[in-house]
Design a protein around this ligand. Structure first.
Ligand SMILES: Cc1cc2nc3c(=O)[nH]c(=O)nc-3n(C[C@H](O)[C@H](O)[C@H](O)COP(=O)(O)OP(=O)(O)OC[C@H]3O[C@@H](n4cnc5c(N)ncnc54)[C@H](O)[C@@H]3O)c2cc1C
Length: 462
């Protein structure tokens, strides 16, 4: 395993500063069974490596009109809370959650668990069933429209529209099938990994060491060597490392452009629009905010305008939705006593040449003004230490093309089919995993990408 930085973890590495610690990116942990499965497949007991607990509430919502709502893990309690805070009937929430559970059941075999790009997948009975059901599951409609049809209260529409951002999409453009994303949180559950998401890196690293994987850090891969249509190895600076199977977890666009510019790149995959990115402020706060929970959302007053700015103007509205994740609520060692580690994320367009330092300064001022109003304290004066990442630094630090968090966007109905496959069609022995390829970004889907590669290799041997 070759990693360009001295520490491993990419978008899940730990940042430490002045006694505070944060994860670089991922904060929400879903589908822990996929992580467990990996350890079990390796003959190991997950409990020897990590622990997690189901969180409740999953998220605390703050609306621009002053409404506050807790999204409880337990369906009846969540539905009752929605009815109490907004008047939206509890029964509609329960019906919606049942519908998205069915949607997940119908789509998972084709869109998540298998390669979309092998004929063998479509010969499978479950995948065929998925294909036959596609017209009934709203593949033609848009996410926002479907949510508007499901709920009469705009605050609940906004709540469920938000899940488009989990893969960097726009709810006003993304297909209604993406409503399946909230199923993972509401029906399957959201979890807290003890010691935060960077624990994921530490556990996987330890598992890999235990399985005999060798790590070479501070070592940039500079090329993939191909001869007569076969992978023969990688280049790292001056050295050549022979290998007849190469798996790239680098963004697929940079894999082609930087590591094998002489090969013809599959434009129909690589030219797809990029997913959104983010500006993240990592703030070490010098006090405790009891009104905040582990995951918090401060919604903008005009979601349609916010996404119009992101998708059409490639800019961030002056009233952006603000996500605050505070792992020290569960893991007090992530902040000095009496303080909190705020991970403050604002959706941003991918990089198209914006002056990100200037944008981040403007967004910071707007975020501080909104939070100071909502929480009744001068937030700026509570920030003891800070650092920031934006689309430009996400690109330069993790090698994500244009700083997109999840590779290509899923705003198009065919987007799932237009993500790069987990293998190369023209180069034997070359495979791709991670957030920029099928089935998509986010920790669970990245684990699935590795699983699919394992299946592809096993089928090849069979
Ligand atoms: C701000 C943010 C918030 C997110 N929130 C969530 C969340 O809440 N939940 C969730 O599940 N997911 C979330 N994600 C997504 C999740 O973190 C990623 O999908 C996941 O970590 C996998 O990332 P990746 O496949 O893009 O690879 P990365 O983590 O980017 O890893 C790629 C690695 O390759 C290395 N590399 C690149 N080029 C080279 C080279 N030439 N030579 C050697 N090494 C190289 C990089 O240094 C890096 O370590 C978030 C991501 C971000 C950035």
């Amino acid at each position: 395993m070759y990693e360009q930085h001295s520490t491993i973890g990419g978008k899940v590495h730990r940042i430490e500063q002045d006694g505070y610690s944060w994860g670089f990116g991922a904060s929400l942990f879903t589908m822990p069974e996929l992580l467990d499965e990996l350890f079990i497949l390796c003959g190991k007991d997950p409990a020897q490596y990590y622990h997690y607990t189901r969180i409740d509430p999953v998220c605390r919502y703050f609306y621009a009109d002053g409404t506050r709502l807790d999204a409880w893990a337990e369906t009846d309690r969540f539905a009752a809370e929605v009815q109490q805070q907004t008047g939206e009937p509890a029964v509609k929430v329960k019906q919606y959650l049942e519908r998205i559970a069915k949607l997940y059941d119908v789509t998972k075999d084709i869109f998540l668990f298998r390669s979309l790009h092998r004929w063998r997948t479509y010969a499978d009975r479950n995948a065929l069933r998925s294909l036959l059901h596609l017209p009934q599951i709203g593949i033609g409609g848009k996410m926002h429209k479907a949510n508007e049809e499901a709920f009469s209260d705009s605050r609940i529409v906004q709540l469920f529209d938000r899940y488009a951002t989990y893969n960097g999409s726009d709810p006003y453009l993304a297909p209604a099938t993406l409503n399946v994303i909230s199923h993972l949180e509401y029906n399957k559950g959201a979890y807290f990994l003890e010691d935060g998401m960077p624990m994921l890196t530490r556990s996987l690293y330890q598992l890999a060491l235990d399985m005999g994987v060798e790590f070479v850090t501070s070592c940039t891969v500079t090329g993939i060597h191909v001869e007569d249509g076969n992978t023969t190895g990688i280049k790292t600076g001056g050295a050549f490392v022979p290998a007849d199977i190469v798996v790239s977890n680098m963004d697929v666009v940079y894999t082609y452009r930087r590591l094998m510019p002489e090969q013809q790149a599959p434009a129909r995959y690589l030219d797809q629009p990029r997913s959104s990115s983010a500006i993240i402020f990592y703030w070490g706060m010098d006090r405790i905010f009891p009104e905040l929970d582990l995951h918090n959302i401060f919604f903008s007053s005009d979601y349609a305008e916010e996404f119009r700015m992101l998708s059409t103007e490639q800019d961030i509205s002056d009233d952006p939705t603000i996500y605050i994740y505070i792992s020290s609520k569960k893991q007090p060692t992530h902040a000095p006593q009496g303080g909190e580690n705020w991970f403050v994320l604002i959706n941003a367009p991918h990089d198209s040449g914006q002056d990100w330092d200037a944008v981040a300064a403007r967004v910071r001022a707007n975020v501080i003004a909104r939070l100071s109003r909502e929480l009744g304290v001068d937030i700026a004066s509570c920030i003891a230490t800070e650092t920031v990442n934006h689309p430009g630094t996400i690109d330069s630090k993790t090698g994500s093309y244009l700083g997109a968090l999840y590779g290509s966007s899923s705003n198009n109905v065919l987007a799932a089919f237009l993500r790069h496959p987990n293998f190369s069609r023209s180069i034997e022995g070359l495979y791709f995993c991670g957030g920029s390829v099928h089935p998509g970004g986010g920790v669970p889907l990245c684990l699935l990408s590795a699983h699919i590669i394992d299946d592809l290799l096993s089928n090849k041997k069979a």
